[in-house]
Design a protein around this ligand. Structure first.
Ligand SMILES: C[S@@+](CC[C@H](N)C(=O)[O-])C[C@H]1O[C@@H](n2cnc3c(N)ncnc32)[C@H](O)[C@@H]1O
Length: 567
């Protein structure tokens, strides 16, 4: 009798293991057939993880000298630019797809990077011996792998994380994913007999396009279908419409919605999973998402009354926002996390700030009590009447995209408000202003990182092109390989502007402006670049020369503004 039960159980486990193996094999093959795109994510960068850990009271490893592990690194689109930008830090990427690891390794070899190692291995069979890491990143993995892999992923986040380390895990979240999941179900049904990935994507898009056109655009379903169609169009631009040299092997986002495995979870479920492995929730990588202060006061109070702890609170906030994707940070259970984040003077020596938001107040007066309002590119706003903060925001705006150490920022702006030359500086007023400034910077950052960005270090880039301009070698490589987007030295992905994509590979520090102009002329002669004006194609030599000269300066200035140039 006992033997019978045992056999049955073992049989069930075997069947499940076999199913998982088949799912795993199919998954691996799908990334072999269609590798993931080269994508970089600033929210996974050790600078972002370390900065958030710092303001939550932890003492994470310095970004410029740390150890980073990325699970499911694909072709290395995230980890390789990180390694390039942080030459003293060490990076290891794991992926079970041999084809993707080979692409990544070729990139590393051609850039000559010595601080990054890509390993072809299954997360399931990864041994603990891979070492200890200060930052562990698993972006786009948890929802896209079967349960045993998710289990091992959490184990690795526990076993291989340094005591003050931070792990990043992203996943598709309920309740928002429910609606997106129905789109996936319909697309899977519609493409169930189609093998070729491109055909599947096209057919899936056709179905959604047809549905979106055929339902009432004003009803709830119509609104959702149309929004989803726009999302699919973005995918399309990203991967199919390459600027030039369309590359089969970078056709990636197909995996996100049509992949064999794609499970969503409630926030609290993943946090509970982490907790079973001795990890605790730290904060969302999108800090503003965790901030109850961003809600209307009445809503915030009701949610606070409903929630007995921070996990419940954030779960209710997900219900409120119909959240469909989460990027959570985890740390060891034993860490005493400071959940009431308050501006702290110790930040002066640890943090940097940047602001890319523009002042939208007509007449700016720093000294009086009038308000200064700043607005981000996505319309988030912050206003203050505090003179030192106003001066700091203006200073940051003028220095953008550069970030400034908080100590330096304070030094720059406090001087104008409190006469530092005075024999008797008002120390109490300066101390009070310092705290108000830090508090205001934190408030703006809490609303939206595009208003005020906090960092742990300032990446080395220059905003002005030198005599022989030098661009980031990562971006040179990406442009050479025809990628539509490149990674800048702040780890952001950018669409290339004007002729920058053609220019980038030649910005190697060896060509002066005359040489660059000659190269641009050659590109026009070879018809790689066509110049047009209102009357059609420009053929007159002198006009071509003048346009190219202007374009060269315009492009160099733009490359400087978007952190793509090195000194
Ligand atoms: C959706 S992609 C995300 C890629 C990348 N992290 C990103 O977000 O751009 C998932 C990646 O995980 C890898 N992967 C899936 N299951 C894995 C496993 N069991 N072991 C190692 N890698 C795995 C896939 O090959 C693929 O490159």
């Amino acid at each position: 009798m006992t033997v019978l039960i045992k056999t049955r159980k073992a049989g069930l486990i075997l069947v499940m293991q076999e199913r998982n193996k088949v799912a795993g094999d199919k998954l691996q093959q799908s990334y072999e057939d269609v590798p993931y795109a080269h994508l970089s994510y600033p929210q996974t960068h050790p600078d972002r993880l370390g900065m958030l850990a710092t303001i939550m009271g932890m003492q994470p490893a310095p970004v410029t000298d740390c150890r980073v592990l990325e699970l499911g690194c694909a072709v290395g689109g995230n980890i390789i630019p990180m390694a390039y930008g942080l030459p003293e830090s060490r990076f290891m990427g794991i992926d079970f797809s041999p084809g993707q690891i080979k692409v990544g390794q070729n990139t590393i070899d051609s850039l000559g990077l010595k601080n990054v190692n890509l390993i072809q291995a299954d997360i399931l069979s990864l041994s603990e011996d891979i070492g200890e890491f200060d930052y562990i990143i698993a972006h786009g993995v948890y929802s896209w792998t079967p349960e045993p892999v998710r289990e091992r992923l959490m184990q690795i986040c526990k076993e291989n994380l340094a005591p003050d380390g931070v792990a990043y895990v992203s996943f598709n979240a309920y309740p928002g994913w429910r609606m997106q999941g129905t789109m996936r179900d319909m697309m899977l049904y519609h493409t169930r007999h189609i093998e070729k990935p491109r055909d599947r994507l096209e057919k899936a898009q056709n179905l959604i396009g047809f549905l979106a056109k055929s339902v009432n655009v004003k009803d709830q379903y119509g609104v959702f279908l149309n929004a989803y169609t726009s999302l699919l169009n973005v995918y399309n631009q990203f991967d199919i419409q390459r600027r030039r040299n369309v590359q089969e092997d970078e056709f990636g986002l197909l995996h996100d919605d049509l992949e064999e495995v794609n499970d969503a979870f409630y926030f609290h479920e993943v946090v509970e999973h982490a907790s079973r492995h001795g990890l605790q929730y730290l904060i969302d990588a999108d800090f503003s998402k965790s901030m109850i202060s961003n809600l209307k006061q009445e809503t915030a109070e009701t949610l606070l009354n409903m929630s007995k702890n921070v996990i419940a609170l954030e779960q209710y906030m997900d219900f409120l926002r119909n959240c469909n994707f989460r990027q959570i940070l985890l740390c060891h259970k034993e860490i005493d996390v400071n959940r009431l984040v308050k501006a702290d003077e110790s930040w002066l020596s640890k943090l940097y700030a940047a602001s890319h938001a523009r002042p939208v107040t007509d007449k700016i007066n720093i000294q009086d009590n009038s308000n200064l309002k700043i607005q981000s590119t996505d319309d988030a706003e912050f206003s203050t009447d505090h003179p030192v903060t106003k001066a700091a925001l203006i200073y940051l705006f003028r220095s953008s995209p550069k970030s400034i150490s908080l100590a330096e920022l304070l030094d720059e702006v406090v001087q104008g408000i409190h006469n530092k030359e005075s024999a008797f500086p008002d120390k109490t007023a300066i101390e009070s202003d310092t705290l108000i400034l830090l508090d205001n910077l934190l408030s703006a950052f809490s609303i939206n990182i595009k208003l005020v960005e906090l960092r742990l270090y300032e990446p080395p880039y220059t905003t002005t092109a030198s005599e022989k301009p030098l661009a980031s070698r990562i971006a040179q490589w990406q442009a050479q390989h025809g990628l539509a987007k490149v990674t800048n030295l702040r780890h952001e992905m950018l669409d290339l502007l004007h002729l920058s994509g053609f220019l980038l590979p030649y910005l190697n520090g060896e060509n002066d402006r005359d040489a660059l102009l000659k190269i641009m002329h050659e590109l026009v002669q070879q018809e790689a670049v066509t110049l047009t004006d209102k009357d059609g194609q420009v053929t007159d030599e002198e006009t071509i020369h003048n346009i190219l000269k202007q374009e060269l300066e315009k492009n160099l200035q733009w490359l400087g503004r978007v952190a793509l140039l090195e000194s």
